[in-house]
Design a protein around this ligand. Sequence first.
Ligand code: NAI
Ligand code: MG
Length: 372
Amino acid sequence: DSYSLLILPGDGIGPEVMEQVTRVIDWFQANRGMSFDISTDLVGGAAYDAHGTPLTDATMAKAQEVDAVLLGAVGGPKYDVLDFSVKPERGLLRLRKEMDLFANLRPAQCFDALADFSSLKREVVAGLDILIVRELTSGVYFGEPRGIHADDNNPENEGGRVGINTQRYTSGEIRRAARSAFELARKRSNKVCSMEKANVMESGILWREEVQWVHDNEYPDVELTHMYADNGAMQLVRNPKQFDVIVTDNLFGDLLSDAAAMLTGSLGMLPSASLGAPMENGRPKAMYEPVHGSAPDIAGQGKANPIACILSFAMALRYSFDEGEAAAELERAVEQVLADGVRTADLMGPEGGVPVSTSGMGDAVLAALSAG
Ligand code: NAI
Ligand code: MG
């Protein structure tokens, strides 16, 4: 099968970690009969330097066309002085907005060899593999009315102002996020837990009803449970392995995915994906990227851990290309490398290990892939 891929390495350590991913892609082309039609382009500060904009229209158009976009990271101190309209982050935001990537996927996967890096006890997190699906384009961060106003009719209000945000969800917005979660669950262990606060929020009641509706009408084969989000936060740190896919709104998803990330250790390990509506070929619009930023403090030194970016590509294999076997193979290779004690600086703990550079980690992953 042939897949089209737009690679946007970006700034700082972005190009360094992406270089290791392109080696992994080459390995799958050479050894697993896959064929990738790859284009590479600039984003963020790199695009600003070349074109005066963090994302050109041509790159945007290309992103709309391909099966998946793979992005490194954007930003850096050099660009902090730029006007907001051309800041590197704007390139990322434009991609998310124009591709309408409404479902943000944040896996929390704890490799056994790194279980002691977790904020929690080893037995609670070892082998953990859950996926949080956060609705990304609606909810309280976007709802109207919003703003800070004078609270003129309320003389009792010391300070005299009121700040307003509105949690607003349409049934359509909830249903499409729910569909993403159910689709993903079918490629995993077929279990979804939906989180809201239907006990105190109208939007929470609608959320619960619409997720249930999508389940009953379209995905009755997937196991669905509901949980209040505050209890969900507690359960995530008490017994995270009870979950597989968690689907939740924008605000709760922001908090729960950051908390879940800390179950697993280093920022250099965390992949993510953002998915939109299915395209004509049935694949969702998709962008895959590590959770970390451009890490200017270590950029250019060969210290960056490429695993977050490599695991982001594994997500692309599973969720865009339906190559679940290959995704699992890549994840097993990463697991093997970690079990062998191969460590970039961010993963070096008190027990020591084999210190490697960014490309050394790439070498190790390729060797593990070849060794099977
Ligand atoms: P950061 O994620 O770039 O770095 C935070 C810390 O984690 C640093 O000490 C860094 O060295 C370390 N780190 C990050 N990724 C690593 C990796 N793969 N291997 C080893 N260590 C790693 O976040 P920070 O410092 O807040 O932001 C730096 C720049 O990145 C800023 O310009 C920011 O706007 C941008 N940024 C971009 C994001 C994106 O492109 N999606 C996300 C977050 C920040
Ligand atoms: Mg956050």
